[in-house]
Design a protein around this ligand. Structure first.
Ligand code: NAD
Ligand code: TDX
Length: 332
């Protein structure tokens, strides 16, 4: 039994990870979350309170972080500003949380000699051509495009520097695009599903030919747990489940599943600097650590996700109008 300090545990992937840990291990969990617009304590409702406590605060608060890290066996670091479109509008919170917040956690991990797993993204590698036969691997050079991905790349570099210079016991994972329940309605898949529920046409940026490599959030969680248990200190592991699809194909799948015509969507203003394609080669994670996705069937996972959003309007409705107003101001 270990005590995990999970930062960002009230967010999409963090809350999924908390549920995964409580279901599959006997670990005790402390969640540290600032409850920004993206955090929602309802995402943790109904979980076993004897095995979990919630602390409201920021990872950039060094005094609070020092106390919490001192009590923990492992830090699992999900907290971040995570949305590219927001980072194009106002980059500052991305630097504060993704860079300074990660620095604060690293200093506490160093002081207390606590193991840290840093959760990062494939976006640090930039993008691929549609016909590139090579996918991202642990050897791909960093080449981030957006303020979001640049701050995630910076946070990865800080982790590597603290491993090398100070002997901090850390691992890093870079995962592809996640989908599943409890994802904020600003993100692509939940935005389109909730648009259709509300009678709004889905919105595709540009021609919709950009490719993302989709993985179910629960598979991301099992991969992170595998790396915490068996990963080599100082190493990076890419996480992906061979789920490449272009955005237009995903919108067409959502429309078909929700009983709409195949053309019932709008093309809107493209994202500035929009990465063309992400694709992950997760060979290392599969061969060295024996990990496998349990939900590789994207069509089935998407059906379940649509059903979840249909059944949980009370969870997403409070954020929907403000999110659409933000996009409308940008012609998206
Ligand atoms: P999210 O935006 O849904 O959740 C982020 C959480 O962090 C929220 O609960 C928020 O309140 C919290 N938070 C923000 N700033 C904080 C601060 N200063 N202190 C404490 N808590 C703070 O994000 P997500 O999609 O769940 O992503 C989680 C992590 O996974 C991020 O590090 C992200 O870069 C990474 N990631 C995401 C994806 C994806 O597809 N969503 C893919 C790969 C990696
Ligand atoms: O309304 C939309 N229409 C649209 O065409 C939105 C919101 C997005 N898109 C496109 C942009 C991307 O090509 O869909 C794709 C996915 O967009 P997002 O959900 O914003 O994800 P992305 O920018 O790919 O980044 C995500 O994956 C990597 C997460 O938000 C990051 O946190 C993670 O690091």
């Amino acid at each position: 039994m270990k005590h995990l300090l999970i930062t960002g545990g009230a967010g999409f992937i963090g809350s999924n990870f908390v549920r995964h840990v409580l279901a599959h291990t006997d670990h005790y969990v402390t969640v540290l979350d600032a409850l920004t617009y993206a955090g929602n304590q309802d995402s943790l409702a109904g979980l076993d309170e004897a095995r979990m406590r919630f602390v409201h605060g920021s990872i950039a608060d060094s005094e609070l972080v020092d106390t919490l890290v001192g009590d923990a066996d492992v830090i699992v670091h999900f907290a971040a500003e995570s949305h590219n479109d927001n980072s194009l509008h106002d980059p500052r919170p991305f630097l504060d949380t993704n860079i300074v917040g990660t620095y604060v956690l690293l200093e506490a991990a160093r002081k207390h000699d606590v193991r840290l797993h840093h959760v990062s993204t494939d976006e640090v590698y930039g993008d691929l051509e549609l016909d590139d036969p090579l996918r991202f691997s642990e050897h791909t050079p960093y080449n981030p495009s957006s303020p979001y991905s640049a701050t995630k790349a910076g946070s990865d570099m800080l982790v590597r520097a603290w491993v090398r210079s100070f002997g901090v016991r850390a691992t890093i994972s870079n995962c592809s695009n996640n989908y599943g329940p409890y994802q904020h309605v600003e993100k692509f898949i939940p935005r389109q599903i909730t648009n259709v529920i509300r009678g709004i046409r889905p919105k595709l940026y540009g021609a919709g030919l950009n490719v993302r490599d989709w993985i179910h959030a629960d598979d991301h969680s099992s991969a992170v747990l595998t790396i915490i248990d068996n990963g080599q200190i100082g190493e990076t592991y890419l996480i992906g489940a061979d789920g490449e699809k272009n955005n237009k194909a995903v919108v067409e799948m959502i429309l078909a599943e929700m009983g709409q015509g195949p053309d019932a969507y709008d093309h809107v203003t493209d994202r500035a600097g929009h990465d063309l394609r992400y694709a992950i080669d997760a060979t290392r994670l599969r061969t060295e650590l024996g990990w496998q996705p349990r939900f590789p069937d994207f069509a089935a996972g998407l059906r379940d996700t649509i059903a979840w959003y249909r059944e949980h309007e009370e969870w997403w409705a409070p954020a929907k109008d403000a999110t659409e107003a933000f996009y409308a101001r940008r012609g998206q």
